[in-house]
Unconditional design. Structure first.
Length: 197
């Protein structure tokens, strides 16, 4: 079994939402609690990267098995959060062969899709396994194998890991997600639409 860990990003400012996305109610839980519970079902170590609203989000967590990281450069974009999280994982002393990068604002992804990504990484020679939408958009959740760890720790700005994927496109493949499940929540209208669903 591939030694894979999960990197969950929740460091953004939620500027378009106007309030911390991680603390939005989803059913009987907050969004951050929902995402962590989903990912814990995979039985893999989870590193959570916080930045903006870190104290409020941390206060909503009662999980003791999370590895919490604070990215002081969160204002500079997702790339910095990925770099901080990957650096923390690879210097933890644990043996890690792959990291699956996930976002806090994609609550419609079910555990089956996460498992499919991990299985694809285990069974194929591809070193990057992305999620693909029914409209052929590709993005996170994405699994990166160890040959990309160094490049991930060097990311900056708000482009996430796109640079690493573009530079290694021949090593990348994708797993189809359920239609509509890869939507992320950036605005209050998107959140309200999600609640109605």
């Amino acid at each position: 079994m591939i030694k894979l860990e999960i990197l969950l990003l929740a460091a953004g400012t939620s500027s378009r939402m106007g309030q911390p996305k991680a603390l939005l109610p989803i059913g009987q839980k907050l969004l951050i609690q929902h995402q962590i519970n989903q990912l814990q079902g995979l039985g893999r170590p989870i590193t959570l990267v916080l930045g903006a609203h870190a104290e409020l989000i941390q206060a909503a967590l009662n999980e003791t098995e999370l590895n919490l990281i604070f990215n002081k450069h969160y204002i500079k974009g997702m790339g910095h959060s990925i770099a901080a999280g990957v650096q923390a994982i690879i210097t933890s002393g644990r043996e890690v062969e792959a990291i699956m990068i996930c976002a806090v604002d994609q609550p419609l992804i079910d555990i089956a899709h996460y498992k499919n990504l991990i299985q694809k990484a285990q069974r194929s020679e591809f070193s990057i396994v992305q999620s693909a939408s029914d409209e052929n958009w590709r993005g996170i959740p994405t699994v990166f194998k160890s040959e990309h760890f160094e490049a991930l720790t060097e990311l900056t700005g708000d482009q996430g890991a796109k640079y690493v994927i573009q530079a290694n496109c021949k090593q990348a493949t994708a797993v189809q997600a359920n239609p509509g499940s890869l939507i992320d929540i950036d605005t209050i209208d998107q959140y309200q639409s999600l609640i109605k669903r």
